[in-house]
Design a protein around this ligand. Structure first.
Ligand code: MGD
Ligand code: MGD
Ligand code: SF4
Ligand code: MO
Length: 756
């Protein structure tokens, strides 16, 4: 039934999209309103089967591009923390945005946004936008505020910050930010000059992909991914711990093209993802055991002489040690650890040894485990073993394209203003502990002023109970710059109104593809909103800081970011970028020169450096810290592994307050295998408690026999706590343990019990 409806819908949509493309070619640019969406096709097809998340209903009937008066068109970039970084065209009439659509000329965006961001106009013009500075008048967390002037807000912030600095020292001031926008100006750039001048504690921004990012260089020397637009041209695409149809919707078309061109697709994931539904092979692995699988595959390849010996002899070191290290990972043993049938391991190993070129992609989800680095290390040994690393543009390894980021936010951050380069660093994954004296350093020197921008820690940060207790501290002065009254904003002493990207200028670069993108403001700031850069400049001035950097405008900041060597040498100028909205960075074949920036200059199957930092110099299987093998006692009490990946309907916590999306998602669910459910007397739709020693939350049970295997439960991140029953959401019970490298997050390393 629902499928038929979707098909109907899709046909109408595709037809209207085609006519749009035709008409847009004829008339320059025509805009689609809210319904234009190329990538929905992938999402719609995959949703029903895979994640069983409901499909977004159409808001308006499919458009029939009627002739109408045109408004002013400008170009934006979707600044969300999303691989795709879509280029947007918006139309403004009488100072109001009337239509938005994806740029049809950009190869990745290809004319459509995603299902969630088709609701952008409901987001920009939401009745609950924070439009004026406010001060708290109720209890912390209660969400009672009163409008004040900017002058009063700035005066209060400056006075309180000075008090913190004078009484307790500058390091008692802490910034907390991550990815509300990923603009070089308003996230990585301008705000930091203020904190450097203050000498505030540094924040280790390791919540997302640091563990993997820190690991890859031990093997390859540098993390240089292939251009994902080459995926259609490869013969084997391996999706290892990624969920493209959810988190990278515009990437799915390249994977489909790979198949259409005769290539094979393999998915390795504990969860049946969107891509798994059309993959040639789906390896539904036990979470946290991928290291064992990779080592078993290596062992099989070597035993069957499928390795590329010429490549190994010329460009690698440590092959003998590798051979020895993987010997114990027999098919039987690996099958036992991973829950993957022996025949499947064999077939995959044979495919990976024989089919070339191939691209092996690791997602971010995989490395958000206590053994994330150990797993990623083992996987990175595979491409050089079969000689695909550096063999061609369509060959090798992919863990994002961050290694090529060209704009440089450095000149905006005022590093030269920092007096104490050894100031303390707080790991953002430990915010709860940091605020409640749970870290040695904050026990001695508590945080007294917290300034949050571009983040919603009450929803996204682990071990929510501690974060809440910390934010509720009466002796903590909290400033939050926000677009909405999030749970975090409710704890602010001063709440500042931030602009959306439709209201300010910035520059971006994808972490999926190789595009630098400009963001022009489409409209004037609503109410008294200011961009993050302008907010922190205003605070700096009120503090009495007179350095010229605090006079920098958004446009000057964008221009400064574009002065990098790569951009200048490739002729990517401000004017060109602004005119076209985006430009592609040219790269050489990653590792085409077979130069690897490791100590030996070769791929290191054996790494002395890895040994120095306490790891197996080759690789080994390490169970996760919360698992049957890693913590048998805890497992007795909490026998289910909880995974908490991203959902197609949100960007982390963003969009959960948009009525259409909230209604569509309903109350948050936990997917549980039918066997695990029946053992507990749970039926589909039951309200259940999901709990561990960190806390307990209420979710709706959704029974499945395909999405997850027995023993694994799944609940998506990150609903707003105050908008769900019980006032607590998923991160109430996730672990704030740090990963095995670079202090990364471990959102998937959780043992829980589920009770009716
Ligand atoms: N719609 C949507 N898109 C997003 C986001 C969002 O919230 N919503 N968030 C954005 C952000 S911040 C990021 S970092 C990216 C992340 O993008 P991805 O890396 O694709 O996504 P994740 O959802 O973090 O996790 C990917 C997969 O890792 C799997 N995984 C977890 N543990 C293991 C394991 O032990 N072994 C294996 N093999 N797989 C495992 C999960 O099942 C999940 O399918 O997506 C971005 N895009
Ligand atoms: N359980 C679980 N939790 C997770 C994850 C997971 O996989 N599982 N993933 C983690 C990952 S990978 C990430 S990256 C983090 C993301 O963590 P965050 O970056 O904190 O996530 P967002 O929900 O995007 O919150 C950003 C906030 O910034 C606000 N905002 C947006 N634009 C602007 C702006 O221009 N200015 C200002 N001042 N504010 C703005 C938004 O309204 C929103 O409230 O979440 C992490 N949390
Ligand atoms: S969230 Fe991602 S897919 Fe959706 S519009 Fe933004 S960049 Fe594109
Ligand atoms: Mo992330």
């Amino acid at each position: 039934m629902i499928l038929d409806k979707i098909k109907d819908l899709l046909t109408t949509k595709l037809i209207s999209r085609r006519s749009f493309l035709k008409s847009s070619a004829a008339s320059g640019i025509a805009l689609l309103g809210l319904t234009g969406c190329a990538s929905e096709e992938e999402e719609i097809k995959t949703v029903e089967v895979i994640t069983e998340e409901p499909v977004l209903k159409e808001e308006a009937p499919a458009q029939t591009v009627a002739p109408r008066e045109k408004g002013t068109i400008s170009r934006q970039t979707c600044p969300r923390n999303c691989y795709d970084t879509c280029s947007i065209l918006s139309e403004v009439k009488d100072g109001r945005i009337t239509h938005i659509t994806g740029d049809p000329t950009n190869p990745i965006t290809a004319g459509g946004l995603c299902a969630k961001m088709n609701h952008y106009l409901s987001w920009v013009y939401h009745a609950d936008r924070v439009l004026y500075p406010m001060k708290r008048v109720g209890a912390k967390g209660e969400g009672k505020f009163e409008q004040i002037t900017w002058d009063e807000a700035l005066e209060t912030i400056a006075t309180k910050t000075k008090e913190s600095v004078d009484k307790y020292g500058p390091e008692t001031v802490l910034k907390y930010y991550f990815s509300g926008t990923l603009g070089f100006v308003h996230n990585y750039g301008m705000p930091h000059a203020f904190f450097n001048k203050v000498g505030a504690s540094e924040l280790a921004t390791t919540v997302c992909s640091e563990t993997g990012g820190a690991t890859v260089p031990y093997t390859h020397g540098k993390n240089l991914g292939v251009d994902p637009e080459e995926i259609p041209n490869t013969k084997l695409y391996v999706s290892w711990g990624a969920s493209e149809a959810t988190t990278n919707v515009h990437g799915v078309k390249f994977i489909k093209q790979c198949k259409e061109n005769g290539g094979k697709v393999v998915v390795i994931n504990p969860i049946r993802t969107g891509v798994a539904t059309f993959a040639d092979m789906f390896i539904q692995i036990k979470p946290g055991t991928d290291g064992a699988l990779a080592l078993g595959v290596i062992n099989y390849i070597i035993e069957n002489n499928l390795q590329d010996q010429d490549y190994i002899d010329a460009y690698t070191i440590g092959y003998d040690e590798l051979k020895t290290a993987v010997k114990e990972y027999t098919l039987e043993k690996v099958s036992e650890i991973t829950g993957v049938p022996i025949e499947q391991i064999e077939t995959f190993a044979k495919m990976y040894g024989e089919i070339k070129p191939s691209i092996l992609r690791t997602g971010d989800g995989l490395q958000r485990n206590s053994n994330g680095s150990s797993m990623v290390r083992a996987i990175t040994l595979l491409p050089p073993l079969v000689g695909t690393l550096g063999a061609g543009a369509n060959s090798g390894y992919y863990y994002g394209t961050g290694g090529y980021w060209a704009p440089d936010a450095g000149p905006l951050t005022g590093k030269e203003l920092l007096e104490n380069p050894n100031r303390r660093t707080i790991n953002m994954n430990e915010l709860g502990k940091a605020l409640t004296g749970g870290l040695e350093t904050t026990k001695e020197l508590p945080i007294s002023t917290l300034m949050v921008f571009n983040s919603n820690p009450m929803a996204i940060t682990q071990h929510g109970k501690l974060v809440r207790e910390g934010l509720a501290r009466e002796d903590l002065f909290t400033v939050v710059a926000e677009i909405f009254r999030t749970d975090t904003a409710d704890y602010a002493d001063i709440l500042l109104p931030a602009t959306t990207f439709f209201e300010c200028e910035d520059v971006h670069q994808d972490y999926f593809g190789l595009y630098v993108r400009h963001n022009s403001p489409a409209i004037e700031p609503l109410g008294e909103c200011k961009s993050n850069g302008d907010i922190f400049n205003a605070i700096a001035k009120k503090m009495g800081y007179t350095e010229p950097i605090f006079d920098m405008t958004n446009t000057e900041a964008v221009k400064a970011c574009l002065q990098s060597e790569t951009l200048v040498s490739q002729g990517i100028t401000y004017d060109r970028l602004k005119e076209n909205g985006w430009a592609k960075i040219a790269i050489d074949v990653p590792f085409g020169d077979k130069k690897f920036l490791t100590p030996s200059g070769k791929v290191e199957f054996y790494s002395e450096k890895l040994k120095e930092v306490g790891f197996h110099p080759v690789a080994e299987y390490v169970p996760t810290a919360e698992s049957k093998d890693g913590s048998p006692e805890l497992f007795e009490k909490y026998p289910l592994t909880l995974m908490t990946p991203h959902t197609k309907n949100l960007i982390n916590s963003q969009m959960y307050n948009i009525a259409q999306i909230k209604d569509l998602m309903g109350e948050p669910v936990v997917y549980i295998h039918t066997d695990d459910a029946s053992k507990r007397g749970i039926v589909d739709g039951d309200k259940v408690n999901v709990l561990n020693d960190r806390g307990s939350i209420v979710l709706i049970a959704k029974l499945t026999s395909t999405i997850t295997k027995k023993g694994t439960v799944l609940s998506f991140s990150c609903p707003w706590p105050k908008l769900v029953e019980g006032g607590k959401s998923i991160n109430e019970i996730t672990s704030d343990r740090l990963s095995d490298m670079a202090g990364g997050s471990t959102y998937h390393t959780n043992l829980v019990q589920v009770t009716k």
